[in-house]
Design a protein around this ligand. Sequence first.
Ligand code: 3PG
Length: 212
Amino acid sequence: MPSLSESRHPSLLEVVPVLPVVVLERLSDAVPVARALVAGGLPAIELTLRTPVALDAIRAIADEVPEILVGAGTVVAPGQAKEAADAGAGFLVSPGCTPTLLGAMADTGLPFLPGTATVSEALAVLEAGYASMKFFPAEASGGVDYLRSVASPVPTARFCPTGGITAASAPTYLALPNVGCVGGSWLTPAAVLDSGDWSRVEALARAAAGLR
Ligand code: 3PG
């Protein structure tokens, strides 16, 4: 197993101010969504492993849109880490974290954001050698108040809050010293994906890209 250290990778938290969290029902949407995000100035996408097409979508984006960093989200079982890496994922994101899941994500050699929602979970991730983590579900777990509260007692933890964040609330999160980026699905709402309105995705991405 590779050593549990993220020093080999620049933090994912610095790549984009807003990490688009995408749930794709149709494989054919993968490449146009990725291109729209890049055109809007967001060269990263978290493709959630929640639909049957997810791994193929990661593969398609990795093959056809090299300008974007495509990662796998909703990694909840250890085996999914390797599946995502084999499909071409460049990073992994999990909504929560167990020692086994952390080890499986580390084994891929990819950068990853393990999910935490409490101080104890954040401390466990720090003990394992990782300072960057997802805070999920952000709004339901205390949101901005939680992050402000942990900044002083747990100063080394840096977060990508995700879950319930909107275009309106994102700037408040991004202003916090322990937040590197936020995640959210508001750039790719189901209705917009259904309609194939890629210019709308591009416009939402452009607005989000301007937040940092
Ligand atoms: C995730 O998987 O990170 C969340 O489902 C994204 O949350 P949101 O849909 O509330 O942005």
